[in-house]
Design a protein. Structure first.
Lengths: 910, 109
């Protein structure tokens, strides 16, 4: 009977191709035999032996050597082609075979591909963000040479001094004229300005030194840069450079823009240039740049104590960052001695310091949370690797028999390795493609999520030039993650499989699929423990973040945001004298009160939960003058009389401000409960006199009331606050608060019209409901918590899948043992309990290791947690319970299968 | 007379279609059948055999001649047989056409 085989199998039988020497020997022998035959033939016809040989060689057509070489050469070429063809055939065949194999186990393939996709996709998206925001070079010429300089304040009141103070213009000029380590320096200050050319609009802008763009190495794409001499000529023509964004947005990319004028704060500015696309200044939000010396009203350029400028500089070639920093420190002393500060002085001197611009490119909080997320996603990738390894290991052990059969029918080990390799690569490829998709979604989500990166934090750091909206897919990260998972999968698939090829072929075939390498089972247990402990760390991190977030959301902010609409209002400086501002604002408030549906309206300098207004020191006038450093810090805000009422902030004692508390009347302040409790523990608060370091209240004012605490900062509990009556300390920039009985958001157009009627030149902007402000104040926390929770869920799912796989295998490989147990009278409950118990045992080991790891790792979260320590026991109890529940569920299915084993069948098997 | 280009392969395959032979037998057989009119250059024959072996038209195996000498015997494979049929038909057709052209007489037009 003819023995027919599938082509793939027959192929494995094929003898290896002949070696080079064998081929040459064959040719040589054939050639020799050929000539011998001819000689023999000729001799038989009566030719002499010598003549016959000569004739044979002549008939060859060429010399013996050249014929031989030619034959050798063409044989080698043919051999090479055959090898390539064979290799390619083998490859195609491996691909076909591996594809079939993978498709035959859809569950295994789906889980593996999904695991890879999640690991690769998540890592790639987070790494893309990290790369853009933290690692990639800043988009300026030779960014390593750029540094930012700031003033430093001495430690005071038990608090460390600041090392990121901005400069006043006079201090800057002293520094500029004395320094010799920078080739170029420029101040910049982030402001808002009103344009009245066309639609009235409030623009984000930067007042800059004339050499600002030159320092950064950015050249205008249209027009020209500012003349550097502008820094010296305060009376020069007013000029502006537009950002590409504003040029596109407001001027529709008008090619004749250069030379036109734009009205800013009622003054005409000549447009001299347009910056390249994507450049929005170091603030990351500027739409227009104006030389600081030509700005409206010139502001306080002569005021040595009016600190508002960031300072950026480019080091001279050959000057190291350390040398520049040292030089700046020395100069800090000179700047201070030029302008010693009487009020803040007290002997402790201010200084100056410098940092590479790269160090302050992103707000520390964002940097921190990104790095934490990056760490977390690294754990996810690790777990994904472990899971793939686990899956491959499980597969390798069930394949032992298949491999043994293949070896028995003559397949080489190399050939088998190639087959397994192809399979791993196919799996990795599928995972990579799916991962690319996940990464694409992830990056898209990240770039649109933008967790308030530019809100309050940007104000303190200055550099917001890199934002999440710039994040794009990072291919190197994709390849790295793909490679890592593929290699890990490969190692764990190959090593046991090759181990199988080393064992006795006959025993592997005879024993059948139930005899599995106990070694690989041990390995799988170790991997599950590793998975569980990694997942535990992530669970702890996300558990803490979620609990912190829920505390944050549930903690009473101290006011009622429902039904409140807010808007910023800015009266153009110079348009109205400072003294008549209260009147104007009173008119606006009256007008707003008259709107239908509005129950109350008022003004305050800042909105709660937005990072506070200002901070200052207070001194107690009824006590001996304390050293400046001993004076307590407070938050300070300016409010109109009914603001507490509008925000429903309770008055605890005393009275609120009234319209009688105006300029000229006795100065009064209101404090919050925290301040009252902290400063006057005896309860005698009303009637005390305090000096407040801002708003002209340093001479002393009477405390007339105590109000409930409100949280000024999104990420901390209430701190001592002092409120000043707006009517006694007016300013041009305020926030309108309007309370309505109905829908606050619907009030916007009424509000706009009312304000326009009273003050047509005052732009109103940033119109938001108070609820929206509250929501955006927790955006960063929600962003981190959501991503961490996502990662932790993924990690837990992967760990549970791993556990399920191991327990299933453990049960099926012990069917016989379980059968005997049941035959001997063990009841189903006992069998189930023993399987679940084994699963939980593994989890318990993993959990203990994981908790240890978590206690170490979650320390990095400390500063990000609201009113919570990283060792919060509630969180840990919660995640252990969650893990135990998940592990029980994962073991339950195999346990049920074990309990249903029919002893008769189990014992008859094999 | 030297061989026309492209005909050697077909001649060799034809030879092998009778029985497996070694290289010298092949050249002797062609000479004999053509009464010495076709002379195959030995080097060319060996090259052709090896080339056709690479293309799997013929297969080779070591055997022993009637004189007790070891020799490489070539036989036609299935592929070789169908290749030979197609090629020889094409060749015959070609010569047929050639013959009619060359033997054409001038006719009155």
């Amino acid at each position: 009977m003819p023995f027919s085989m599938r082509p793939g199998v027959a192929r494995l039988f094929r003898l290896p191709l002949r070696s080079r020497t064998a081929i040459h020997a064959d040719i040589d022998e054939e050639l020799e035999a050929f000539i011998a035959s001819r000689v023999e033939d000729l001799v038989a016809r009566g030719v002499s032996a010598d003549a016959a040989r000569a004739e044979a060689l002549r008939r060859l057509g060429a010399s013996l050597e050249s014929v031989r070489d030619q034959l050798h050469h063409s044989a080698e070429v043919r051999e090479r082609q055959m090898r390539i063809r064979d290799y390619w055939d083998d490859f195609l065949q491996d691909v076909r075979y591996a594809t079939r194999g993978l498709l035959r186990r859809p569950a295994f393939t789906a889980v593996a591909v999904l695991t890879l996709a999640i690991g690769i996709g998540a890592t790639t998206s987070i790494f893309s963000a990290v790369n853009t925001l933290i690692l990639r070079r800043l988009p300026y010429a030779a960014p390593d040479e750029l540094m930012t300089m700031s003033l430093t304040t001495p430690d005071a009141g038990g608090r460390k001094g600041r090392n990121d103070m901005v400069w006043s213009y006079p201090k800057f000029t002293v520094f500029r004229d004395a320094q010799s380590v920078f080739s170029s320096l420029a101040v910049y200050s982030i402001q808002q300005i009103t344009t009245t050319s066309g639609d009235i609009e409030r623009l984000s802008m930067e007042f800059v030194g004339a050499t600002y763009l030159r320092t950064l190495g950015v050249a205008p794409i249209r027009g020209r840069d500012f003349d550097p001499r502008l820094d010296e000529h305060a009376d020069a023509e007013k000029q502006a450079i537009l950002s590409d964004r504003l040029w596109q947005r407001r001027y529709n990319a008008d090619p004749t823009i250069i030379g036109k004028t734009i009205n800013l704060n009622r003054e005409p500015y000549t447009i001299v240039g347009v910056t390249p696309a994507g450049f929005t200044g170091l603030s990351g939000q500027s739409e227009i740049f104006i030389p600081v010396t030509t700005r409206p009203g010139k502001g306080d350029l002569d005021e040595a104590q009016s600190h508002e400028f960031f300072l950026v500089g480019r080091r001279k070639p050959g000057v190291s960052a350390a040398a520049a920093t040292a030089a700046v420190r020395v100069l800090g002393g000179r700047v201070y001695s030029a302008f010693p500060d009487g009020r803040f002085g007290n002997g402790a001197a201010w200084g100056a310091t410098a940092r590479p611009l790269d160090d302050v490119r992103i707000a520390p909080l964002v940097r921190r949370s990104l790095l934490i997320l990056f760490g977390a996603v690294g754990f996810v990738l690790l777990i994904a690797c472990v899971n793939v390894a686990n899956l491959q290991l499980g597969r390798a052990s069930t394949r032992r028999r298949e491999i043994a059969v293949r070896l028995a029918i003559g397949a080489g080990r190399g050939r088998l390795v190639r087959l397994l390799l192809t399979e791993s690569m196919l799996l990795a490829l599928a995972g990579g493609i799916a991962g690319l998709f996940v990464a694409f979604l992830g990056v898209h989500a990240l770039s649109t999520l933008n967790p308030a990166v530019t809100s309050r934090v940007a104000r303190f750091t200055g550099v917001g030039s890199v934002t999440l909206s710039l994040v794009s897919l990072d291919w190197s990260a994709l390849v790295f993650a793909l490679g890592l998972t593929a290699v890990v999968g490969l190692v764990f698939g190959l090593v046991p499989a090759l181990g199988a090829t080393r064992t006795s072929v006959t025993s592997a075939i005879k024993d059948g699929p139930s005899a599995r390498g106990s070694g690989s089972t041990t390995w799988r247990r170790i991997l599950v423990v590793a998975e569980v402990s990694l997942a535990m760390v992530l669970l702890a991190g996300s558990g803490l973040m979620i609990r912190s977030l829920s505390k944050l959301l549930s903690t009473d902010a101290g006011f009622d945001s429902r039904g409140v609409l807010t808007a910023r209002l800015s009266v153009t400086p110079g348009a109205i004298p400072r003294d008549s501002m209260p009147l104007l604002y009173a008119q606006i408030v009256d007008r707003l009160r008259a709107l239908p549906g509005v129950t109350d309206a008022s003004l305050a300098a800042c909105a709660p939960l937005s990072g506070g207004c200002n901070g200052t020191k207070i001194e107690f006038k009824d006590q001996a003058p304390a050293d400046f450093s001993q004076q307590p810090n407070v938050g300070v805000s300016w409010v109109t009389p009914t603001w507490f009422n509008t925000m429903r902030i309770p008055l605890k004692s005393g009275r609120a401000f009234t319209t009688a508390d105006r300029v000229g009347a006795a100065k009064v302040v209101i404090v919050n409960e925290s301040a009252a409790r902290t400063f006057w523990p005896d309860g005698h608060v009303l009637g005390r006199r305090i000096g407040v370091g801002q708003g002209g209240f340093s001479d002393g004012a009477e405390v007339i009331g105590v109000v409930g605490d409100i949280r000024q900062f999104a990420d901390s509990v209430a701190k001592p606050d002092v409120f000043l009556p707006y009517m006694q300390s007016p300013s041009g920039r305020m926030i309108i608060f309007v309370r309505t009985a109905g829908d606050a958001a619907a009030l916007g157009s009424d509000l706009r019209r009312a304000v326009h009627d009273v003050a047509p030149s005052a732009p109103m902007y940033d119109v938001q409901t108070m609820s929206a402000r509250v929501a955006s104040s927790t955006a960063q926390a929600r962003f981190s918590a959501a991503l961490l929770a996502l990662f932790a869920t993924t990690a837990l799912s992967l760990a549970v899948i791993g556990l399920y796989g191991v327990m299933s295998l453990a049960v099926s490989s012990r069917t016989r043992e379980i059968g005997i147990l049941i035959a001997l009278g063990a009841d189903q409950g006992r069998v189930r309990r023993s399987v679940v118990g084994e699963g939980l045992g593994l989890v318990a080991v993993g959990a203990v290791i994981g908790i240890g790891g978590a206690l170490v790792c979650t320390r990095v979260l400390r500063t990000m947690l609201f009113d919570l320590t990283p060792t919060d026991p509630v969180t840990y109890v919660g995640i252990v319970a969650l893990l135990a529940a998940a592990a029980t569920a994962a073991s339950w299915i195999p346990a049920r299968r074990a309990a249903r084993v029919d002893p008769v069948i189990a014992l008859r098997a094999d | 007379m030297a061989l026309l280009k492209g005909t050697l392969d077909v001649l060799v395959l034809k030879t092998l279609s009778w029985t497996p032979m070694h290289a010298f037998e092949i050249t002797s057989w062609i000479e004999e059948k053509s009464s010495g009119r076709l002379v195959v250059e030995d080097a060319a024959l060996l090259q052709a055999l090896h080339r056709m072996e690479g293309r799997k038209l013929v297969a080779a195996e070591w055997g022993v001649t009637k004189n007790g000498r070891r020799a490489r015997y070539y036989r036609l494979t299935t592929t070789g047989r169908s290749y030979f049929r197609a090629e020889s038909e094409r060749l015959v057709d070609h010569f047929d056409a050639l013959t009619s052209v060359l033997s054409a007489r001038k006719t009155a037009s």
